[in-house]
Design a protein. Structure first.
Length: 277
């Protein structure tokens, strides 16, 4: 067995997206442009309505998958395929944009805390023009498993210690877990060798093989088949991993393809109303 260590520690960059939603971009910025197959990771968390209330009005995507995981608050999804649903505390939405989809995500609250993540996961060339799809996972569908002393994992996607997450995605098969731990926790967590993997700590702090991930930091992990974690204080983090695709990535805003010509086609299709045809 080979322990994964920390390859890189990254701080997020404050930015805005949608109609002015304040968020922190961790993957998809200068310090970490991408981590194949992960294209973007945003963390949003505010109890100030003017920082989130305008939401993410209708906008297009092509060539990848989007994941929205709500920690606190409510977000409504609606798309051009006819899907509609509300993601609540602990719920997750996994959308395959494929050949093209137009969707919106709008807060369903006018006050209180809105907190969560959005992750973009690339698709291989053979699946970029696949049919769009949508999975709306409710909190009670997510199972929790103990992974060590004083540490549990909500398994959202993939399989950990014999427990499988409710997300069903055949094209890209990531491990997406939400770790919660108490003070003096310790665990050895299996992560498939050869997979790109990261941990983002959003409460407290976590040590990986003796090196600390502070709150608000993302740790890119070196290769290996397990990761040793400990902490002297209670906290929370997401651990995400997936096999790299290893193909060229050409991105223009919400379109992610393999060539510039394919990007131009996506722009033309959107402008001419053919993106979702």
């Amino acid at each position: 067995m080979t322990n994964r260590t920390i390859k890189q520690l990254v701080s997020g960059m404050p930015t805005q997206d949608g109609a002015g939603v304040s968020l922190t971009r961790i993957i998809g910025q200068r310090l970490l442009p991408n981590l194949d197959p992960f294209l973007m990771l945003d963390f949003f968390g505010s109890d100030k309505p003017d920082e989130y209330i305008a939401g993410f009005p209708p906008h297009p995507h092509r060539g990848f998958q989007t994941v929205t995981y709500m920690l606190k608050g409510k977000m409504r999804h609606r798309d051009s395929v006819g899907n509609e649903g509300i993601i609540e505390d602990g719920g997750i939405q996994w959308m395959n944009a494929g050949k093209g989809i137009i969707h919106e995500e709008m807060p369903q609250q006018t006050d209180g805390l809105l907190k969560g993540f959005q992750l973009w996961v690339n698709l291989p060339a053979k699946d970029k023009m696949s049919a769009p799809g949508y999975q709306d996972i409710q909190p009670d569908e997510v199972k929790t498993v103990s992974v060590g002393q004083g540490i549990e994992a909500k398994v959202l996607a993939g399989t950990l210690n014999g427990v499988s997450g409710p997300v069903n995605t055949a094209r890209v098969k990531p491990l997406f877990t939400d770790l919660h731990w108490q003070a003096d926790a310790s665990a050895t967590i299996p992560v498939a060798a050869g997979h790109s993997a990261f941990i983002y700590c959003y409460e407290g702090s976590l040590d990986v093989s003796g090196e600390t991930i502070a709150c608000g930091k993302l740790a890119v992990l070196n290769d290996g088949d397990e990761v040793d974690v400990t902490s002297s204080e209670a906290g929370k983090a997401i651990l995400v991993a997936a096999a790299p695709i290893g193909e060229p990535v050409v991105q223009y805003g919400p379109f992610v393809m393999n060539t510039q010509a394919e990007i131009q086609q996506a722009i033309t299709d959107y402008q001419q109303g053919r993106l979702t045809a």
